[in-house]
Design a protein around this ligand. Structure first.
Ligand code: PSU
Ligand code: MN
Length: 304
């Protein structure tokens, strides 16, 4: 019933039972401008290959769920205007109606689980937005982490979110939040958010084991691995705070709501930073891809 299209390399990796890392596509279509988005997407795929795993970028193209994109499909998606942003609520509808769209963290987790790929790398997850007490804007990514058994490697959460509330909701939902190699929960452009992460692990193999033990216990849901941005790529909070505040004020003025909020804020932040935010973003996504590849390898070895 679901047309699953595996890329050539994903099909080969599946046959060889070798490690695969899922990648989202909303970061390409709604998170970075063309042509840097396609350059970064290619670079991240190459990083995963170099670390010894196979990349599987997820997207829906004309009603087919793609697990891994061929190079020309990736380029076409990165160039396309007005691509739909598919989250948990949209994925089935898009497949059923023959549509095309990019997958968020939530939809990528669903696709990865469907394709039996337990590890996924991205930049930042969606979370509880600042002002959520009146807007009720909480990303479906958090619910997905509670339900779908995929380990997601991200650089924490952007300061467009309320990090304290995001951590509280993750705790309520029973999602393990594991900082990699440090005690602090990272804040995307900064290695430290000022909040301590609930859990810390220093070895990819430990993260892989925790995923498998959770499954063996019958506990549903995934894990969030919070991997700090490399310190040489960090951007000072003082530089970004006013830009984020002005982006949020713009969003309120334009009455942006629902799924348009995150892409609007990301776009504004890109416009108002002088390439620094993009350089940092690239460094952290690549860092996450390499860690995810090591976790996927450890999971393949442990699962035998
Ligand atoms: N945060 C980022 N970069 C991103 C996104 C979030 O720092 O590209 C994207 C991801 O695809 C994430 C989605 O799953 O936005 C969350 O959107 P929303 O807040 O509407 O759930
Ligand atoms: Mn939202």
């Amino acid at each position: 019933m679901i047309d699953l299209s595996l890329s050539k390399e994903v099909r080969a990796a599946k046959a060889a039972k070798s490690p695969i890392v899922a990648l989202e596509s909303t970061i390409i279509t709604h998170g970075m401008p063309y042509p840097r988005n396609v350059e970064v997407a290619r670079q991240v795929e190459a990083d995963i290959r170099e670390t010894g795993a196979t990349p599987a970028t997820m997207a829906v193209l004309e009603g087919r769920l793609h697990v891994g994109l061929e190079p020309e499909q990736l380029t076409a998606l990165a160039q396309a205007n007005q691509v739909a942003k598919l989250s948990r609520a949209d994925l089935a509808a898009c497949l059923a109606t023959g549509g095309t769209g990019a997958t968020t963290v939530a939809a990528t987790m669903i696709a990865a689980h469907h394709a039996q790929i337990p590890v996924f790398a991205t930049g930042g997850i969606g979370g509880v937005h600042q002002g959520a007490e009146s807007s009720f804007d909480i990303s479906a990514d958090l619910q997905e982490l509670a339900q779908t058994p995929v380990t997601v490697v991200a650089a924490g959460a952007k300061a467009i979110l309320d990090i304290a509330k995001t951590l509280e909701v993750l705790e309520t939902l029973g999602v393990p939040v594991i900082a990699y190699g440090q005690d602090a929960f990272p804040a995307f452009w900064s290695a430290r958010s000022g909040h301590k992460a609930p859990l810390r692990m220093d070895e990819p193999a430990a993260i892989a084991r925790a995923h498998l033990v959770r499954r063996a216990l019958g506990v549903p849901g995934g894990q969030l691995v919070a991997n700090p941005i490399p310190t040489d790529a960090e951007i000072p909070v003082e530089t970004l705070s006013p830009i984020i505040a002005s982006a949020q004020a713009d969003a309120a003025r334009h009455r942006i709501t629902g799924k348009d909020v995150t892409p609007f804020l990301l776009q504004r932040i890109y416009e108002q930073t002088d390439g620094h935010s993009l350089t940092a973003n690239i460094a952290l996504v690549r860092n996450n891809a390499r860690l995810a590849a090591r976790i996927a390898q450890a999971m393949t070895n442990t699962a035998g």
